[in-house]
Design a binder for this molecule. Structure first.
Ligand SMILES: C[S@@+](CC[C@H](N)C(=O)[O-])C[C@H]1O[C@@H](n2cnc3c(N)ncnc32)[C@H](O)[C@@H]1O
Ligand SMILES: [Zn+2]
Length: 356
């Protein structure tokens, strides 16, 4: 067991790179936890009740409690690491004073409680689908739900059968598969929420290699139904969301992808509130972390609200040209360093590339 520090918290855990780690901790997810702290600090009210279904060492929940000041009660849950969480709570006792803390070791799939929560966090190994019901059952109106997934092979088109089984969707390996994964995960969460008569608004996403995380707010207003299919040409980069059997550009067969979420991947209003919180010095974090968060959110807030991005590599290899520089495209995406979005069709894109 090693002692770590992250944000304002000191804690015991094992680096997950070590074989047979008993208490999971991944130092590489620091940016993701910083983003989590910022989101909760800027979007939640005081005296909130929090539930973290997969606490690991407890670092995420501890940071949320200590750095946001938004919780009056917090339930840390992990099927395996109750003792280490209790030890880590003890180490940080002073900073946690005034917060009613509970540590449990339930299976998240059957977690039950007699109260509802303003914030629920699902951060499992693999797919979150088995835990959505128990979480949504306990989410208050107006509450925030955070959902992570690491089963990116299923979500991003490498493991088709697993995607069908878990998400009831067809994914596809494309230049923009991480976006497909995000959209399929959002669809699944929406579908499950509908069973509980809950409407959700996607607030923000974060993609880091084999890790997807999405934040939702439960809303009272009925959300527009934005679930459907997308169509990707089997031979060229053309894709569209209007149903078609053949590619409008080259006439080849189209792959049908979905069902997936076709609405916005983030809420501009909420992202702007988070950016303002940084600008107004309301977030107590190191200057370096704040710069990274601000850069990320600024880029997210500029994303065009359209289905899928193209990459310079796929366009250049299709045109059999040397790779186009990113400077040719103004609407970049945070989802790929070589990715950009356009409002028109693939044909429009080719016309602009050829004209320049
Ligand atoms: C990815 S880690 C959580 C990491 C933590 N949220 C963080 O940010 O450091 C997943 C954790 O889920 C726990 N776990 C696995 N299956 C579980 C289940 N069915 N119910 C509750 N906890 C479970 C594991 O013990 C592990 O600590
Ligand atoms: Zn085509």
């Amino acid at each position: 067991m090693d002692f770590f520090k992250e944000g304002k918290v000191g804690f015991f855990a094992e680096d997950k790179q070590l074989k047979k780690a008993e208490v999971f901790f991944n130092p590489k997810r620091k940016f993701d936890r910083d983003l989590n702290v910022l989101l909760v600090s800027s979007l939640m009210h005081e005296n909130s009740a929090g539930l973290e279904l997969f606490s690991g060492s407890g670092i995420r929940g501890l940071r949320l409690c200590i750095e946001t000041g938004k919780f009056s009660s917090f339930n840390f849950n992990d099927i395996k690491s109750k003792e280490i969480i209790e030890r880590n709570l003890e180490i940080n006792k002073k900073k946690l004073s005034g917060i009613d803390k509970v540590v449990t070791s339930s299976d998240a799939a059957s977690f039950k409680a007699s109260k509802k929560y303003d914030y629920i966090d699902i951060d499992p190994f693999g797919s979150p689908v088995f835990y959505l019901d128990s979480a949504l059952e306990l989410l208050k109106k107006g509450g925030i739900l955070a959902v992570s997934a690491t089963d990116t092979a299923a979500l991003m088109g490498s493991a088709q059968k697993a995607c069908q089984r878990k998400y009831n969707s067809v994914s596809l390996k494309t230049a923009y598969s991480n976006e497909l994964g995000i959209r399929i995960l959002i669809k699944k969460v929406f579908e499950t929420a509908a069973k509980h008569s809950i409407s959700l608004l996607p607030l923000l996403f974060n993609f880091e290699g084999n890790f997807i995380r999405i934040y939702f707010r439960s809303t009272t207003s009925k959300m527009k139904e934005s679930i459907g299919y997308a169509y990707q040409c089997s031979k060229c980069p053309a894709r569209q969301i209007n149903a078609t059997v053949k590619c409008r550009y080259c006439g080849s067969k189209m792959h049908k992808i979905g069902e997936l979420w076709l609405g916005s991947l983030y809420s501009k209003r909420h992202v702007n509130v988070m950016l303002s919180a940084i600008k107004e010095n309301k977030i107590n974090m190191s200057a370096g972390s704040l710069v990274k968060l601000s850069d990320y959110l600024t880029a997210v807030s500029r994303e065009l609200d359209v289905f899928s991005y193209y990459t310079t590599s796929e366009i250049s290899s299709f045109l059999k040209q040397p790779e186009l520089p990113m400077s040719k495209f103004k609407d970049k995406t945070v989802l790929s360093p070589k990715g950009f979005r356009i409002t028109g069709s693939f044909q429009d894109l080719l016309d602009t590339v050829r004209l320049r």
